[in-house]
Design a protein around this ligand. Structure first.
Ligand SMILES: Nc1ncnc2c1ncn2[C@@H]1O[C@H](COP(=O)(O)OP(=O)(O)OP(=O)(O)O)[C@@H](O)[C@H]1O
Ligand SMILES: [Mg+2]
Length: 268
């Protein structure tokens, strides 16, 4: 019997532009550097931009796989000698509204490839449309990225509420991005945690925080991952720490992961 070792992780946020893609990309880099086989899937079918952050022009993408025009292995793009990226294409309207059959088809096509990785990150679009919900319900671990802005808090709460009521999912990890201080990190997390506990009976877990850092903006301009150009920067150090925590989490989850596929089938 095959034993699954792949930890699939969805990176989500209520509000757009909070740092999901940069976080996914750099966690992928960090884990690859630590010797883990890592895949990053751009699942933002509305506004894909992973390729832009990497300065690459992919020849094929997730949609080609979905439409049967290409095999998964043909559209994988290798970054830094081994860390792999599965690009998406922006603005393909019919695919934004993927139905359940298409999602199952996509899973069938992806599964043999996903098996090869220790970590698979799904960089999701912002908000909580059906595609986001479907992907988020398939993974083993959900990370919600929040920032200290009040709207980020309310929008993240909405995601947790929808995922719990519709899919009965109650485990969420939270990453606070763009923090100015430890105090701000703790305050931001405490507000979300407090609201979820009080109104939903759910207690999200703090995964870590990433400081607000000019170097990350510079890395975006250079179209390179932060951990490649400024690994010692404050945000770079924080992302390494989060990656180390994810290694630990995966170790602790291996028994549980063994009995499930890398991505579970979505509900209809
Ligand atoms: N820790 C940080 N320090 C400074 N700036 C940051 C940080 N994280 C994100 N940013 C800024 O936020 C911008 C948006 O980041 P990113 O594209 O990763 O967000 P996103 O959540 O993926 O957005 P979208 O919802 O559009 O997919 C970056 O280009 C950068 O300018
Ligand atoms: Mg993004």
């Amino acid at each position: 019997m095959r034993t699954n070792m792949t930890l699939s992780v969805a990176i989500m946020s209520g509000k757009g532009g909070v740092g999901k893609t940069n976080i996914s990309l750099n966690l992928g880099c960090a884990l690859h550097q630590a010797g883990f086989r890592t895949l990053l899937m751009d699942c933002d079918l509305g506004l894909a931009n992973l390729d832009v952050l990497l300065g690459i022009a992919p020849e094929g993408n997730l949609q080609d796989v979905l439409l049967g025009n290409a095999a998964v292995d043909d559209v994988l793009h290798t970054v830094d000698n081994g860390f792999e990226v599965l690009p998406a294409a922006s603005g393909v309207p019919e695919l934004i509204d993927m139905d359940a059959d298409m999602r199952s088809l996509l899973l069938d096509r992806l599964e043999p490839t996903l098996d090869n990785y220790d970590f698979v990150f799904l960089d999701l679009g912002a908000g909580i449309n059906d595609v986001v919900q479907a992907f988020a319900s398939m993974v083993a671990l959900r990370i919600i990225v929040i920032t200290p802005e009040p709207t980020s808090l309310t929008d993240s709460y909405a995601i947790i509420k929808v995922m719990s009521s519709r899919y009965n999912i109650r485990d969420f990890m939270v990453l606070v991005n763009q923090t100015e201080s430890k105090k701000e990190e703790q305050y931001t997390f405490a507000r979300l945690h407090g609201a979820c506990k009080r109104f939903l009976g759910i207690e999200p877990v703090l995964l870590g925080a990433v400081r607000n850092d000019r170097k990350l903006v510079d890395a975006v301009r250079r179209q390179e991952p932060l951990l490649r150009c400024f690994p010692g920067s404050p945000a770079g150090q924080d992302l390494q720490a989060v990656a180390a925590r994810l290694q630990q989490i995966r170790m602790n989850m291996l028994d549980w992961l063994a009995d499930r596929p890398p991505l579970t089938a979505p509900l209809p």
